[in-house]
Design a protein around this ligand. Structure first.
Ligand code: GTP
Ligand code: ZN
Length: 405
């Protein structure tokens, strides 16, 4: 790949493959007694792992591209010496030896990292000049965006879509605060890109639409939560039907949630995973931004149903929160790779001149012909929209991050 890379990043890029995972190339001590686990948290050299219960199918590994079991033993571990230069991130499947009882004071040892089916990188920033992998093996990026307060920024959403498609993940755009503004415009902008859209809102209240809070003595909890929505502070209750719609879309998958501060990501995660206890912040009145209350990525097992459905419903899928992630590095994204996310465009682009940038000013780009060759007006309109959307993504890739040679 010839990319620059941090010395401790053995971030071999791999296209997600439905077929089996090849063993890593370098020979390592075999560690026959190792068990397989998933990394659910990383904190200064200590890794929180979930070692699936014995008897889980495929050792709880879930198979390549599969979702690992979310029941098992929580074990604290460190990396074995041979892995000092290798980065281990949330979502990684690792082999672990030593004390895996999870008992207080025990520390197991990670001896191997399985090949990753996907890697999501964040952008280098002032504190850290390297792009780093933040999450491995996730299959869906959930871009949490508020419809208002703070207002949506399409440039940011575009960059997330590009990063996800490049990583081989699909995208769910979760539009929050629909009680404050309509989702129609954003839906129309992103659905042509193959982005699934789901909408959440604060629980409806008897006085919804009324900007004055009711008399506090007579106001029920709904009114209280509506007030919290306006003023910040107390926990806000989301409309349960909208939360369950999100859960349905996350079920059986490993999803990474990203979003700017104040969009309601923590509120949503707490509704999906009541034991998560993600700190929610107030939206700052001056900046319109919330405050970041936590910083490290963590994988949370997604309960299969709402809390009151009973504990025996179990877990189904993973939700990974990424509080510290502000944006994604796109410097490494190749046009061809992004194009793969658009099957129809990819096919049409086979007729492009060599080295075509596919941008609006590209001479003889076959994608323009593809639009022109549509059999009828409706098809032409939808192709044109799709091409324009794709080109918008291309521009977001080149516009912001410095590219190397
Ligand atoms: N009106 C309305 N307010 C919401 C909704 N969801 C969350 N909020 C409020 O938005 C504010 C920010 O929510 P958080 O969940 O803390 O946002 P966050 O994205 O986790 O932000 P950080 O914690 O700063 O990362 C809080 O005051 C929430 O009560 C919603 O659907 N409607
Ligand atoms: Zn082209």
């Amino acid at each position: 790949m010839g990319r620059r890379g941090a010395r401790d990043e053995s971030d071999f890029r791999s296209r997600p493959s439905k077929r089996g995972s090849r063993p890593r190339t370098k020979r390592r001590p075999s560690h026959e007694d190792a068990v397989t686990a998933m990394v659910t948290g990383v904190d200064r050299g200590r890794y929180t792992l979930l070692v699936p219960d014995a008897g889980e199918p495929d050792g709880g590994r879930g198979g390549p591209g599969g979702v690992p079991s979310s029941s098992g033993t929580v074990v604290l571990a460190m990396k074995a010496r041979e892995l000092v230069r290798t980065r281990v991130v949330v979502g990684d499947r690792v082999d672990v030896v030593g004390d895996v009882t999870g008992e207080e004071g025990t520390l197991a040892r990670i001896v191997r990292i399985a090949e990753r089916s996907s890697v999501l990188r964040r952008t280098a920033d002032d504190d850290d000049p390297y792009e780093r992998i933040v999450v491995a093996n996730a299959d869906r990026l959930v871009v949490v965006t508020a419809l208002a307060d703070p207002p949506p920024r399409t440039g940011m959403i575009d960059r997330c879509v590009v990063a996800a498609y490049d990583a081989g993940m699909d995208v769910l755009l979760c539009l929050t605060k629909a009680d404050l503004a309509s989702p129609d415009e954003l839906r129309a902008l992103y659905e042509p890109l193959g982005v699934e859209v789901v909408v959440t809102r604060a629980a409806p209240t008897p006085e919804s639409g009324d900007t004055r809070a009711g008399d506090s003595a007579s106001a029920g909890t709904d009114a209280a939560s509506a007030r919290a929505a306006r003023t910040g502070g107390e926990a806000l209750t989301l409309d349960p039907a909208s939360v369950e719609e999100v859960r349905g879309l996350l079920r059986g998958r490993t999803s990474v949630l990203v979003g700017h501060s104040g969009v309601g990501k923590s509120t949503l995660i707490n509704a999906l995973v009541p034991t998560a206890g993600r700190a929610t912040g107030d939206v700052n009145d001056v900046t319109g931004r919330g405050r970041h209350t936590s910083t490290s990525a963590v994988a949370l097992a997604l309960p299969a149903g709402p809390e009151d459905a009973g504990p025996e419903t179990g877990h189904d899928g993973w939700v990974i929160d990424t509080p510290g992630v502000r944006s994604f590095g796109l410097a490494h994204v190749e046009v061809a790779h992004l194009l793969h996310a658009f099957e129809d465009l990819d096919e049409a682009a086979a007729e492009c001149p060599r080295g075509c940038t596919h941008q609006a000013d590209a001479p003889d780009c076959a994608l323009d012909e593809w639009v022109g060759a549509a059999p009828d007006d409706d098809t032409r309109a939808s192709r044109a929209l799709r091409l324009a959307s794709f080109r918008r993504l291309l521009a977001s890739r080149t516009g912001t991050t410095p590219r190397e040679g």
